[in-house]
Design a protein. Structure first.
Length: 238
């Protein structure tokens, strides 16, 4: 048991020693040995369904994050197909609840009026949204539609966590799009900072939100925007 839960995680390739060693170092030998790691891939539906067998709760965090990618197939297809596979697995195995890492990219994208105050009731305007925004929006909508279409006796809890830009310490020290943004700022790779502000939230708060979504029945059926503060680019650099 890790805390009160027995935890199973997914990796794409357990034979990749370099990546497995990074995880082992991050968790420590004792905790790593208590994790149940299985192979799965967002584009392999059966692998995702197999990975969920016997689960009481599923926390689905995987989705490609490529802010500058223009090819929608590289983002939308794995995001949507991976989410749908998880929902199918939840139905098949009688899972109690699914918690999905969505994003405010599924809420506030594609809107020309930047003075709008967005809430969990809002959705991204797909007609004017980029590929990443579409991927998050379509994946989340697919999850809500899946549960909505189930017979009442087969329904399970669904919660989506919708953070803004996630910053903070990394567990593994690995690459990510948001980590790279911070690195570019700190290293001076961005020659000038536009007079613009960015909403941010700490990765540890995002992690805790996922856990609370699992633990609390009153979270079921809800979306949750996570935002700690909005800061100017120059402040991030400082």
């Amino acid at each position: 048991m890790v805390g009160e839960f027995k935890v199973r995680g997914t990796v794409r390739n357990k034979s990749n020693k370099s990546k497995m060693d990074v995880l082992k170092k991050a968790f420590g030998e004792e905790l790593f040995a208590r994790l149940d790691l299985v192979e799965a891939d967002l584009l392999d539906e059966e692998s995702l369904i197999r990975a969920c067998e016997g689960s009481t709760y599923i926390v689905h965090t995987a989705s490609p994050v490529l802010f500058d990618e223009k090819d929608e197939d590289k983002l939308v297809k794995p995001a949507v197909s991976g989410t749908v596979a998880i929902m199918k697995a939840a139905r098949k195995y009688g899972v109690k609840k699914v918690v999905i890492t969505s994003s405010t990219a599924a809420i506030a994208g594609g809107h020309k009026d930047r003075t709008t105050m967005f809430t969990e009731e809002d959705w991204t305007n797909l007609e004017d949204a980029g590929a990443y925004f579409k991927s998050k929006t379509l994946a989340e909508k697919a999850a809500w539609d899946f549960v909505g279409d189930l017979p009442e006796e087969e329904k399970f809890g669904l919660v989506t966590i919708n953070p803004v830009i996630v910053l903070g310490p990394t567990l593994t020290g690995g690459y990510s799009e948001t980590v790279d943004l911070g690195k570019q700022i700190v290293m001076g790779d961005i020659p000038m900072y536009p007079q613009t502000s960015l909403p941010v939230v700490d990765v540890r708060d995002v992690s805790n939100a996922h856990l609370q979504a699992v633990l609390r029945d009153d979270a079921d059926g809800n979306r949750f925007i996570l935002c700690a503060e909005t800061v100017y680019m120059i402040k991030l650099a400082e």
